[in-house]
Design a protein around this ligand. Structure first.
Ligand SMILES: Nc1ncnc2c1ncn2[C@@H]1O[C@H](COP(=O)(O)OP(=O)(O)OP(=O)(O)O)[C@@H](O)[C@H]1O
Length: 323
């Protein structure tokens, strides 16, 4: 649905996006993760035409954003709605009035606006707070108002720029569940820019990892996370294997097909060998549970164990190999 093709973007001499390509499919929740300054927000603004791009192109359903002007650009912005970290609500207006604003701007009548706004406030669970102004709303409630407002014009895509970064973990989870519901029930494609791995794990189907204006990796979230040598893993969970014992430490990734199997005990029995489990973690990705296990093994067993893991189709990597 959104095809980003080899785009570059600079502010003066500062190159912010370099040869960035990614494809976002209709109906998915796509995450863009990276440290601060990676160029994520700039990329979002390029997608909805707020920022011009240098080289390359961005196509929305085949139409080049580059070539859009006037009415077509206005229609694009209606189709691609956006929410932000700081909510961007009008402080002097009530929750109801904030949600109604886009419909007023587009010239909808009072009755139609009222029906739609009340429906949206119900969708985001705020029907009782319609008269509250932002100062009388919690952070999570403010983001709910912003989401309702973003949905007012029936967008096809919701672009979320660090939408949960100002919220505590519990509220973050609630907002992500709301986004997931909007994706499932309304079929809206959602693009989430974040620096929080938890956000990606909780709701995203696919992810692109950005660093210094470049895409380092992209793909299905669970697969990317468990892949040996994955940039996603090393960039975002780098300190987890700091205290491994000396010797050969091998990481085994359990994809969804293996999570419930007793592969490790079977391996010990079949190879008649000993090893110690030195680190382990189960990670939840949307509804999947995927696991990582680090074994400290005897040097003599290395080849046999690797052979066994290969035979079972498990993904593995040797983390340290000091004899
Ligand atoms: N309007 C602008 N003019 C000049 N430089 C800019 C502008 N907007 C962003 N930048 C620079 O572009 C780089 C990427 O910024 P961007 O906001 O896209 O990164 P980000 O990954 O979203 O990080 P953050 O989460 O901190 O916003 C930064 O070095 C930033 O200073």
């Amino acid at each position: 649905m959104i095809d980003i093709e080899n785009i570059n973007k600079s502010y003066g001499d500062l190159s912010v996006l370099e040869d960035v390509s990614m494809s976002i499919n209709r109906g998915e929740i796509f995450g863009i993760i990276g440290h601060s300054g990676a160029g994520k927000s700039t990329l979002l603004r390029c997608i909805n035409g707020l920022e011009p791009i240098g080289a390359g192109d961005i196509r929305i359903e085949g139409r080049s954003v580059r070539s859009m002007q006037g009415e077509e650009m206005r229609q694009l912005r209606k189709k691609l709605s956006m929410i932000f970290q700081n909510f961007n609500l009008l402080n002097l207006k009530t929750a109801y009035e904030n949600v109604a604003l886009p419909m007023e701007i587009w010239g909808y009548g009072k009755e139609e606006t009222r029906t739609r706004v009340l429906e949206l406030l119900r969708l985001v669970g705020l029907e009782n707070k319609a008269r509250n102004k932002p100062r009388a709303l919690s952070g999570g409630e403010k983001q709910r108002v912003a989401i309702a407002r973003a949905l007012a014009m029936n967008p096809e895509v919701l672009l979320c720029d660090e939408a949960t970064s100002a919220l505590d973990p519990k509220t973050t989870k609630e907002i992500l569940q709301l986004l997931d519901k909007i994706n499932r029930e309304l079929g809206i494609t959602i693009v989430i820019v974040t620096h929080q791995m938890e956000v990606i794990k909780e709701v995203c189907h696919r992810v692109a990892l950005m660093e210094n204006g470049r895409v380092l990796a992209q793909g299905e979230v669970g697969e990317l996370f468990l892949k040996p040598g994955s940039e996603l893993k090393t960039l975002l969970a780098e300190d987890e294997w700091d205290h491994l014992p000396p010797g050969i430490n091998i990481r085994i990734a359990f994809t969804r097909e293996y999570t419930n199997e007793s592969v490790i005990t079977e391996m010990a029995r079949e190879l008649d060998t000993n090893f110690s489990i030195v680190w382990g973690k189960l990670e939840k990705f949307r509804s999947d549970v995927l696991g990582n296990l680090v074994l400290n093994i005897e040097p003599n067993d290395k080849n046999r164990i690797i052979e066994y893991l290969e035979k079972r189709g498990l993904s593995w990597e040797v983390l340290t190999d000091e004899l």
